[in-house]
Design a protein around this ligand. Structure first.
Ligand code: UDP
Ligand code: MG
Length: 306
């Protein structure tokens, strides 16, 4: 059974249509499939609707979380919920912005041996200028910080059973799935599609949630910001050396007033030393941070000769 996992937060306006479209897609799949709705602590009628839809369509399952935990955690909950029974899962948002017809292509890729199929947006013309620009800046930043994110891929993807098991073996609590999935490896494919407008209801990702996802993305995947402090410290010490030479020269030439030289020199030197010390501490904190995540060391993909 393939499970289509859909996190839903206050999605009463769109779920009916989503179910209709997903059911139509499932009919044409080459493998049997069901839908799992994860109600992420909605405060509207979402859960009642899921219950009703489940009676109406035999292929709808639902799980209701006790509290709003956010998109990433809700998706994780859904994946964990079906991991034992699913030969593969497809995660997709409830709002039909991602092209549901791509699911058919993803499942074909899966039957041909793909473990991870990324849904990648071919264009962003349906997004506002602001969203497009911030997203692009963010992907650029992540790349500069050394995290392997897939450009223009959000959380629309297929994972085979073994890729899902590998993902769920991660023990970290700060989830940034877009950054974690590329760590898995296995056989990877991309499927391109045009992202549409939200079908109904409004975005559940206000700027504040977008920012916190971005901060999670950076701080869960990179300790480079800590290293930056160290580099800054080195730069400051170097400037301090220059300042010392210059200030002493001015002092000797008698161009200065009393106390200027000693103040200036200690200002730069002490500042640089502080930054350097912070940076060294940061290096250790970065190491501790990596350790406490208990990330799995490797995943076996194939074996011969047993
Ligand atoms: N979502 C969720 N919990 C939240 C916020 C969002 O489960 O706290 C779900 C939401 O129902 C949708 C998906 O995450 O299925 C993506 O949200 P949305 O479409 O509002 O984000 P956008 O496309 O505007 O970035
Ligand atoms: Mg959306």
């Amino acid at each position: 059974m393939i499970y289509i996992v859909v996190p839903c937060y206050n999605e009463e306006a769109v779920l009916e249509e989503t179910t209709r479209q997903l059911a139509a897609v499932i009919k044409n799949l080459v493998r049997p499939a069901r839908i799992l709705y994860v109600d992420d602590g909605s405060r509207d009628n979402t859960w009642n609707l899921i219950q009703r839809l489940s009676e109406e369509y035999g292929l709808v399952r639902g799980v209701r979380l006790a509290h709003n935990v956010g998109h990433q955690q809700a998706l994780w909950a859904g994946m964990e919920h079906v991991a034992a029974e699913a030969e593969a899962i497809v995660s997709i948002d409830a709002d039909l912005q991602d092209d549901v017809d791509v699911i058919g292509r993803m499942v074909m890729d899966y039957t041909e041996g793909a473990d991870v199929v990324y849904g990648v947006r071919a264009d962003r013309s349906s997004d506002s200028f602001f969203k497009k620009w911030t997203a692009q800046a963010f992907y650029g930043l992540m790349k500069a910080l050394g995290s392997e994110t897939v450009y223009n891929h959000a959380d629309f993807r297929l994972l085979s059973q073994r890729a899902l098991a590998a993902l769920l073996a991660h023990q970290e609590r700060n989830l940034y799935l877009r950054g974690m999935v590329p760590l898995l490896g296995f056989n990877v494919r991309m499927e391109y599609y045009n992202r549409k407008e939200r079908q109904a209801g409004e975005s559940k990702y206000p700027l504040s949630k977008m920012l916190s996802l971005a901060v999670d993305g950076v701080t869960s995947f990179s300790v480079k910001p800590l290293r930056l402090i160290f580099i800054l410290g080195v730069v400051f010490i170097l400037i301090a050396l220059g300042v010392i030479i210059w200030a002493l020269a001015e002092h000797v030439r008698g161009n200065t007033i009393q106390g200027w030289t000693s103040l200036l020199v200690s200002l730069w030197f002490v500042g640089g030393t502080f930054l350097l010390a912070l940076g060294v501490t940061g290096e250790y904190i970065g190491k501790i941070y990596k350790e406490v995540k208990h990330r799995p060391h490797y995943f076996v993909m194939d074996e011969v000769g047993k």
